[in-house]
Design a protein around this ligand. Sequence first.
Ligand code: PRP
Length: 212
Amino acid sequence: MITIALSKGRIFEETLPLLKAAGICVLDDPDTSRKLILQTNHSDVRVLVVRATDVPTYVQYGGADMGITGKDTLLEHGCQGLYQPIDLHIAKCRISVAVRSDFDYVKAVKQGSRLTVATKYVSISREFFASKGVHVDLIKLYGSMELAPLVGMADAIVDLVSTGNTLKANHLTEVECIMDISSRLIVNQAALKLKQAPIRRIMDALELAVGT
Ligand code: PRP
């Protein structure tokens, strides 16, 4: 049995065509079904529906043999025990710093001000601001980061930006891109040794589907 961990939403939707090109069709729809283990057209391939931030954990501890996760999630989680063979070039976006439109970020950085930054990406933010020599106090949030500058809780946020619509709707301005993000295939290193042939078959088919 090969178990693949996926999260609902954009990654799931953009993964389905790649799996299909690899000959794997998921038979249940996670939006209408409450099932957490989804069957596929292969009796020996199944899909787990887990939270996006839990995908690396399931793969690391062997709950799943492989998974698909954003580079952002992977960097926050750490890569212990995970093999990352393929950038699938899906769920593309960027991780950026954003501030209230009336906050002069460039001036604050130039003056060496200490910034309060709200984010769920604490590791990425810590490393980024340290590399710039900017002192920051980080506030860990789990969502709706855009609110923090609006209610005076933070000077800036670090969050994913795709279309930019969420920032715009909340009168925030993107002031710096930290890195581009896309989703990666991750594989449990022990599973790769024990189930080498079926895992390699899926990896090769995905690679072909991505066109790399
Ligand atoms: C992400 C991100 C932003 C939004 C950006 O949230 O946290 O809020 O998408 O997209 P946009 O630039 O196209 O507006 P998501 O909807 O994934 O939910 P989350 O708050 O759980 O991260």
